[in-house]
Design a protein around this ligand. Structure first.
Ligand code: SF4
Length: 365
């Protein structure tokens, strides 16, 4: 069996010295330029980032100039790069750095700044300040999971710890920033998700999955949560062309603030009226079943019995009657659209669209 090396293999840095892509931030040693590149590279490809990074640095060449700018100008320069929260946090962090008088020099110091997570803190601290600390991004997770033939997903905390230990063992203390970048580069250019180029890899001698020819089986995916089946009853209360909807509370765990049709659990098979009254108030009378709808939401598989209903005495601010035009302006859960779409054209928000066949076949009459 192949054993991962216990001391950093010299081949990794030698390979990086020969093959590293010439990226503009790799020509700079100042923490500001490196930090900016790491923030921009989150969820964004290198080719997209390069012109933004160059423009940003030419407008704000120092952290002091970034801190002195208004956030609107920072956002304008960020425009098109997406994930604008990154720009706001970058700007807030720049102000903290300027107020402190210097960039942090430790992992903990970087972690304390807005918008800096464990990966970014380790990357900037190691590259800009030589802190010997391993990074773990998607590319490095893949390389190290294969190297160890790790049986658990990197999303599992114990597996993550092992990957960090292995990443630390691969770092040469005299060049930790280059060691981390070498692993990232390896993942981006050779240890690809499909068809990794193991024959060219500087870590091939110590790689268990590469040696076994099973590299593509790693990293192991996080086990999927089992699907949970639930039966619900949805009540459609109509007033002419309008339908009664309720707004979910802002602190709801799911679909907070969206509008929904009144619903109740239907697992027990007992009368649903008391459950509807408990949830929404008023006195409910359930009418005939109109349709049966299947709906998937996260890990739940919902079987929904749609009933016509009447209600009296609902007095809640977060309830309202909406016709198709009114509903088009609301944030509706997708289940609402599906249920109304299978009812009469008058109730449907997509009144001109024909109802789905499987729903029509289940409607009475
Ligand atoms: S030998 Fe293959 S699987 Fe292993 S790290 Fe190198 S490229 Fe990845």
């Amino acid at each position: 069996m192949v054993s991962p090396a216990s001391s950093p293999p010299r081949e990794l840095l030698a390979w990086f010295d020969r093959h590293a892509r010439d990226l503009p931030w790799r020509r700079r040693r100042d923490p500001y330029a490196i930090w900016l590149s790491e923030i921009m590279l989150q969820q964004t490809r290198v080719e997209v980032v390069i012109p933004y990074w160059e423009r940003f640095l030419s407008r704000f060449p120092t952290v002091e100039e970034l801190a002195a700018a208004g956030v609107e100008e920072v956002l304008a320069l960020w425009s098109g790069l997406g994930y604008y929260r990154r720009a706001r946090q970058l700007h807030a962090a720049a102000r903290e750095v300027v107020a402190a008088g210097a960039f942090p020099r430790t992992l903990e110091g970087w972690l304390a700044l807005p918008g800096i997570g464990p990966y970014t803190a380790a990357a900037v601290a190691s590259i800009a300040f030589g802190v010997v600390t391993p990074v773990l991004d998607g590319n490095v997770e893949r390389v190290l999971s294969r190297r160890l033939a790790l049986a658990d997903s990197p999303k599992v905390s114990t597996a993550r710890r092992r990957l960090l230990d292995e990443g630390a063992a691969l770092l040469d203390p005299s060049r930790p920033g280059d060691g981390n970048q070498a692993l990232m580069e390896l993942g981006a250019t050779l240890c690809l998700p499909r068809r990794p180029k193991c024959l060219l890899c500087p870590l091939a001698a110590g790689c268990r999955a590469g040696t076994a020819g099973t590299a593509e089986s790693y990293p192991v995916a996080k086990p999927k949560r089992a699907t949970e089946k639930r039966r619900l009853l949805v009540a459609v209360v109509e007033r002419g062309a309008e339908v009664l909807l309720f707004r979910r509370a802002e602190d709801s765990a799911l679909l907070a603030g969206t509008w929904e049709l009144p619903w109740a659990e239907a697992e027990s098979g007992g009368p649903a009226e008391p459950a509807l009254a408990a949830r929404y108030g008023g006195a409910w009378t359930l009418g005939p079943r109109l349709a049966e709808v299947r709906h998937g939401i996260t890990f739940r598989d919902l079987e929904v019995a749609v009933h016509r209903a009447e209600v009296a005495g609902v007095q809640r601010a977060e309830a309202g009657w909406f016709d198709a035009a009114g509903r088009a302006r609301l944030a509706l859960s997708s289940l609402v659209g599906k249920v109304l779409g299978c009812l009469s054209p008058a109730s449907s928000p997509a009144a001109s669209a024909p109802p789905a066949r499987r729903f029509r076949s289940r409607r009475p009459g």
